[in-house]
Structures are given as C-alpha cells and as structure tokens.
Design a protein. Structure first.
Length: 206
C-alpha cells in the first residue's frame, strides 16, 4: 500500500472495515467526496466526544493562559485536501487507495497541528511531535462488493513524545474507532446502489 511507503514503522494503529455492495470505483468516488465533518455531526456519540475534548482543551488553555483555537473547518473532503496545510494529501492511487496525514501534538489537553508541505511529511523529525498517516483503501470483495478499510498510523518523533502519545492513545483509541466507523457508515450510505453492509472492527492499537 501507499501507506506502507509513507509510514512503514509506527507506534500505534487503528483499522476499521466495512463491506459495501458496490464496485471499488463507485465507492472510491463517494469516499473522496464524503464530508468527514458531516460524518462527525451525524453521530450523537461523536458530537459528545468532541464537545468533551473541547471542554478539556478550554480548561487546559485557561490554566496555561493560552488562547483557545476554534475549529474553522466547515467541511473536510479528501478530494479538496491540499498539499500544504495541517491535514494534507499525501498520495493517491484511484480507485485503490487515498493517503493523507497530519503532524502535531494532541495530548495533555492540547491540540496543535503544524502547517506542513506534503513532500516534507516523511522526513519531518522535529522532537516533540506525532505524525499521523492515514488511508482509505479499497479491494474487490466478491462480485460487485468492496472491502473499504480505514487505517490511521501514528509515529512519534522522539521518546518523550512517544510516551506521552501512548498514554493518550490508551484512552483515545476506542473513541477514534467510533469516529472512523462514522465515516465508513456515511460512505456506505452515500455510495450508489449500496445495499446491505457488514461492519467489522479490528482493535489495531499496539
């Protein structure tokens, strides 16, 4: 996979799967135009999780007398993802895979993403950060069915960041799975001719 080239070694991963009754080409087209933010809004559980996280960050920012960053993303679609910014397009292989990533700190009540160029993602090694490389990959699953997989790998840039991230990940991994499954559900719902689906989770944290 493209993801293996972008991040062959990592400290944690989460993988979620969904089988959709449609061709890989149709699922891919739907997936890259699906709104990640809308998928989060549709789930009461996900909305609650993000509200709780925002409250924790406000408390942390107040304690540190730091400004609170308000999310500005009205939509987040892979087809519109830039090659410079926070979340960036890393690679694509239609209709098999789309890879994207972000670099930042998101533990200890803090979320701070770096503005990066996609070309600098793999070589970034500034201490104190974690790099997330994620993908949507698609494989034929029998006749006119597609196995859609969503994986997110995380690699810390030094030992201190690794320890801090893994403490955070122990608590956050189940919630991340909920968020990922909400996107897969939206893609399944919006894919043309999608019929009955099956959902399967892989507890990929390690």
């Amino acid at each position: 996979m493209l993801l293996d080239d972008l991040m062959p070694a990592f400290h944690a991963t989460r993988i979620e799967h969904r089988v959709i009754d449609s061709s890989p080409a149709d699922v891919y087209e739907t997936a890259i135009h699906a709104d990640f933010v809308d998928a989060m809004r549709r789930s009461r559980i996900v909305r609650g999780m993000f509200s709780l996280r925002a409250a924790v960050e406000r408390v942390a920012a107040t304690a540190q007398r730091a400004p609170v960053a308000n999310p500005s993303e009205a939509t987040l679609r892979l087809a519109e993802m830039p090659e410079h910014g926070d979340w960036v397009r890393l690679a694509e292989d239609p209709p098999n895979e789309f890879a994207f990533g972000v670099i930042g700190r998101f533990w200890a009540g803090e979320t701070a993403f770096e503005q990066i160029d996609a070309s600098a993602f793999t070589s970034f090694d500034t201490p104190g950060y974690a790099k997330i490389a994620a993908n949507l990959s698609l494989r034929s699953y029998g006749e006119q069915r597609t196995l859609l997989s969503y994986e997110a790998r995380t690699q810390a840039t030094d030992d201190a960041a690794r320890r801090a991230f893994l403490r955070y990940w122990t608590v956050a991994s189940p919630g991340v799975g909920v968020v990922m499954r909400s996107l897969l559900a939206l893609i399944a719902e919006q894919t043309p001719h999608a019929g009955a689906q099956q959902t399967k989770s892989l507890p990929g944290a390690r």
